[in-house]
Design a protein around this ligand. Structure first.
Ligand SMILES: [Zn+2]
Length: 516
């Protein structure tokens, strides 16, 4: 699992991607493989911006090294790279993650991550990576800051102050016609014609009492969509989020990320895609691509709802997810008076672990048949500091596995800390906008960045040459700086030469200095 092997497998996959170009290719054209590999090299070598990459790509040592290290025949200009990568559907890049994971599996690398009866902990969470009030593309999610409220009611109240600002009141009593009032920001009522709201008339053919909940919801969506479309851009934020999942282990700092799932406005959809749907896709893909792996999904309390946990059950995945008193009142009320099992022990580090647990409990009021297992936990450090956590899990809790379940639940922070924060703080420049594009560029770049991160993590886990070079530096950031400096100063023929020279000095490798 060396850089050479990993990058070759990505290169072979990128070579198989064909896109329909807007403009026909000529002899001047640079292949999509070169564009994608150049993007990967930009993140792999930790260039701070696309402009910096563009400035340096023509320098002869860089040109040489892009060819020998990343198989790039010809590196594109910044504009060209943006235009071509914008056309690539991010779903094509997903496969590259699968290829690398297969190499890890084949090399028996997953063994390190085994946990609780040959399972793998899969930590998942969403994160934002782009937000702007001006820059946007076809796939941006849109947030309207000046939202309207929509109420379907029988009578207009005399006291208008009971209504919120920016509220549409759709009024219908028995078989009367519909009347619409808009309560503006000064809480005055303004008459609204049914015809003035796009697509509304067809939905108001029934009286209020005959409308189903689904129909009412549809009416509310139509009214707010119409309202939003009439707002000016100043009150709108365009943004991209993605849902990420990674195989993690309580004792390992390194993680193995799956392909991130962009959360975006899908083609033709007016409503923003949401984290729930993206999570649904990522876990379904993980199951399809790894049909035999035993997963335990670890997420925070936003995930502990019955539809999501049922999805996981249907995918044959276990779970350990957080619960909070504020979000799970029914559960916590029940637990308060229930006679739970209690257990406590002290580990060699002087930390006391206290547990309260109960198997086979109901998660919420409306799903009486859905049962789960509840675990409450206090960690008391030798100096008296106490931390408190609660989870639900479908793993039957016993005194034998309770410590492992607790540790499994707590690795959830690794997705935030060891993935998102690494991308932000260790020279990957996660928060920098490398380019937005009109269609897919924003997502393509974020996936290439995650792919570069994945390759780095795999090397640090399994590649002795890389580990040798890594040992020379206190921080990864210093190693990245060294590598980038060397690619400017030397003609490097292979990754082996690069890492050997960093680990053992220049006499350990054949490097030709740049004398120009
Ligand atoms: Zn966008």
């Amino acid at each position: 699992m060396s850089a050479k092997g990993l990058l070759l497998s990505v290169y072979e996959h990128f070579k198989s991607i064909s896109i329909t170009d807007k403009t026909p290719l000529d002899s001047e054209s640079i292949s999509i493989t070169d564009c994608l590999m150049s993007g990967l090299a930009m993140f792999g070598l930790k260039f701070p911006s696309l402009l910096k990459f563009d400035e340096q790509r023509k320098e002869t040592p860089i040109k040489h090294n892009l060819k020998t290290l990343y198989n790039v025949e010809q590196a594109p200009s910044d504009t060209y790279m943006r235009e071509r990568c914008d056309e690539v559907d991010p779903k094509y890049i997903r496969t590259a993650f699968k290829k690398i994971m297969s190499l890890v599996q084949r090399g028996n690398g997953l063994k390190k991550f085994e946990y609780l009866d040959n399972h793998y902990l899969l930590a998942g969470d969403g994160t934002g990576f782009f937000s702007s009030s001006k820059v946007k593309c076809e796939n941006c999610c849109v947030k309207h800051h000046n939202k309207c409220n929509v109420k379907i009611i029988g009578y207009l109240a005399k006291d208008l102050s009971i209504y919120k600002k920016n509220t549409y009141l759709l009024i219908n009593n028995s078989d009367q016609d519909w009347i619409i009032w808009f309560i503006n920001s000064s809480k005055e009522k303004i008459a609204v014609e049914v015809d003035s709201i796009l697509n509304l008339k067809d939905l108001l053919t029934k009286t209020r009492t005959k409308l189903s909940n689904k129909e009412k919801k549809q009416i509310k969506v139509v009214v707010s969509t119409d309202y939003n479309s009439k707002q000016t851009d100043a009150k709108i934020t365009f943004y991209h989020n993605m849902f990420c999942a990674a195989i993690v282990h309580p004792n390992l700092k390194l993680v193995l990320p799956l392909a991130p799932e962009p959360i975006m406005k899908t083609d033709g959809a007016s409503k923003n895609d949401c984290e729930y749907n993206a999570a649904k896709r990522i876990y379904a893909d993980a199951r399809r691509e790894h049909p035999h792996l035993k997963f335990i999904v670890v997420e925070d309390s936003i995930a502990s709802n019955v539809p999501h946990l049922t999805d996981l059950k249907n995918l044959n995945m276990r779970y350990i997810v957080g619960v909070k008193p504020g979000d799970h009142k029914f559960l916590f009320n029940f637990i308060k008076d229930a006679s739970c099992n209690e257990y406590s022990h002290t580990t060699d580090d002087g930390v006391t672990h206290t547990y309260r647990y109960l198997n086979n409990v109901q998660l919420n009021k409306s799903h009486s048949k859905f049962k789960t297992n509840f675990l409450e936990y206090w960690e008391t450090s030798p100096n008296g500091n106490v931390q408190h956590f609660c989870w639900v899990t479908d793993i039957f809790i016993t005194e034998k596995n309770i410590y492992q379940i607790m540790q499994g639940g707590r690795v959830n922070w690794k997705i935030e800390n060891n993935t998102f924060n690494t991308l932000k703080n260790q020279n990957y420049h996660f928060s920098h906008n490398f380019g937005h594009g009109k269609k897919h560029l924003c997502s393509v770049f974020s996936m290439l960045m995650m792919l570069a991160f994945f390759i780095d993590q795999v090397q640090e886990l399994y590649c002795d040459l890389f580990k040798g070079a890594r040992l020379k530096f206190k921080s990864r950031t210093s190693l990245w700086e060294k590598i980038r400096g060397m690619t400017k100063e030397f003609y490097i023929d292979s990754w082996d030469d690069l890492f050997n020279s960093i680990a053992g000095g220049y006499e350990k490798a054949k490097l030709v200095p740049n004398t120009s």
